[in-house]
Design a protein around this ligand. Structure first.
Ligand code: SME
Length: 208
């Protein structure tokens, strides 16, 4: 579902390379963090993950790389909240021009704030309300080029100008929604939607 479709957004570029270390004192100078496939095995030892640089000039390639990284992060881990936390961190540090990235979980019939990166946000959203509640109720991605034109948009951060919300569904069960906000109008396009829907499928499938 695309709300008020407009022309596609410009591709961004982020070249920063980041390495997270749970215990930096164990990291030797020049030591490369664990390879992605070794993340799960290594996570109990040092908690490091090598976040590869992703060039969003080619969104298809960029999302394919992010999918690999997400698969590695959630591999063998069924805890939905933990996986959402790592997914939010991965998206936040990889995608350009975001001011919020996170998950709302479906809890007792309403959306409840889950792991995210960005400013504090509203905690509960009823199904059918706002962009998130609409995506949850319809189980379809909602792409909003201009949030100020979306009836009932819930403004958690005044900086948001565009938004995309992707349902997280496992075996026909709605687990929640993945929500990304941007200060740029028209930030998300069909390529973002396709890429994020794949990431959402990976996240949902891994989680219990
Ligand atoms: N804008 C959302 C609310 C959540 S925040 O963007 C984090 C909505 O309209 O549902």
């Amino acid at each position: 579902m695309t709300f008020f479709p407009r022309s596609s957004s410009r591709g961004g570029l982020r070249m920063a390379r980041k390495v997270f270390a749970g215990d930096t004192t164990r990291r030797k100078p020049g030591h490369r963090a664990f390879a992605m496939d070794g993340m799960r095995a290594a996570s109990h030892i040092a908690g490091m993950f090598d976040l590869k640089q992703v060039d969003f000039a080619d969104k298809t390639t960029a999302y394919a790389e992010l999918e690999k990284q997400l698969r590695s992060l959630v591999h063998g881990e069924p805890d939905f909240i933990a996986n959402c936390a790592n997914a939010a961190a991965l998206l936040w540090h990889s995608l350009p021009d975001l001011n919020w990235a996170g998950v709302y979980r479906l809890v007792d019939g309403e959306l409840v704030l889950g792991p995210f990166q960005g400013k504090p946000a509203c905690v509960r959203i009823k199904l059918g309300k706002g962009v998130c509640g609409t995506a949850a109720a319809t189980r379809q991605t909602v792409l909003v080029p201009n949030v100020h034109e979306f009836p009932g948009h819930i403004a958690c951060d005044a900086a948001s100008n565009s938004e995309i919300v992707v349902p997280l569904v496992k075996h026909s069960r709605l687990l929640g929604v993945l929500d990304l906000d941007s200060p740029r109008f028209n930030r998300f396009d069909a390529a973002d939607q396709a890429g994020l829907e794949k990431l959402a499928a990976v996240l949902a499938a891994a989680s219990a």
